[in-house]
Design a protein around this ligand. Sequence first.
Ligand code: HEC
Ligand code: HEC
Length: 326
Amino acid sequence: MIYRFLCAFIAAAAGISAQAQELLPARSALDDRAINEAWSQAWDDHLHSGKRVPFTPPSLSDIPEGEFGEMVKDGMQAFMYPALYASDYVGNELACTNCHLDIGRRAGAAPMWGAYPLYPKYRGKNKQVNTMEMRIQGCFRYSMNGTPPPADGDLMKSFLAYFSWLSQSAPIGAKLEGAGFYSLPDPEQEPDITRGAEVYAQWCATCHGQNGEGERHVDTVGWVFPPLWGAESYNWGAGMHQPGKASAFIKKNMPYGLQNVLSDQEAWDVAMFINSHERPQDPRFTGDVAETAERFHTSPYNLYGTVVNGAVLGANAYPAGRAPAN
Ligand code: HEC
Ligand code: HEC
């Protein structure tokens, strides 16, 4: 069968080339090379122009059959329910998909297909080149207030399988459109907790609760509406505690289902407000809030270590997760 197909293919190719010789002007090998070079040059220019490369991840219905496909599905499941499928490593019941929306597929919510082609890369946070495994471990330690899973275990393998499948055919090293968070301009006015409280009451409290406590699923672990502060939330080391990151996430993605209703200023203000409450301790805590603030909390508008409502933030933090002290 394959043999017959091959023969037909060769015959057709030969036929076309004979026809082409008669009807079309001859195209030399040099022309072909020129065309190839021009094409790859344009692509290369695009990759290095600072412009983002458009990308659409594959549809979930296209997950392949077989062992690789099963591994991809395991990774997807752990991403949706880490408290069930990665329970040894989480210190809260958040899910990866609570922040990386649509199971890590939503543009502008730090999608996994936007991250995967960029690693290994240098990160200022820990001043070294990070692998994708280290990045995932970071979200376990801080966002999940837990402990990093081993880099070579089945759990990690399943995340990598899911992310690489999502990123298939994305150019390695390219910044894709929709990767990370959409950037938000610096605030026009200094972000303000009091104004943020008003935004919160109007736009957020119905789902996330008056006290940021969220709402649990009744029939399984995890949250219908995740908590935004308190013992069950991400810890003081997580990216979301930085008003710059939280505001960019919120502006594009919240209130859930009503994107882009907040002004930039409102997004900054409400990000300040949610991060003006206590949450679990930064696992890098040195034993001293001021020193920890100085070493790790230098991003703009970072509230850790400052006085809010008469108390130093970080001084009454909830226990950090189960991370080893490293
Ligand atoms: C509380 C919110 C939150 C949760 C929960 C969370 N993350 Fe993240 N994650 C973030 C933020 C914020 C960033 C930083 C995004 C940025 O800097 O653009 C990030 C970044 C990442 C990145 C790198 C993205 C990039 O564009 O470089 C990966 C990979 C990642 N997270 C994986 C996970 C995994 C896996 C889980 C679940 C085990 C998880 N995250 C849970 C908030 C969260
Ligand atoms: C209609 C309900 C709803 C409203 C209103 C809403 N959210 Fe959310 N929010 C959600 C849901 C649901 C998720 C988790 C999404 C998922 O798992 O797919 C979420 C996730 C988040 C997260 C990331 C998860 C975490 O625990 O940190 C933040 C931050 C957040 N919301 C902030 C806000 C802010 C600020 C507002 C108001 C401007 C707001 N939300 C309004 C439903 C809502």
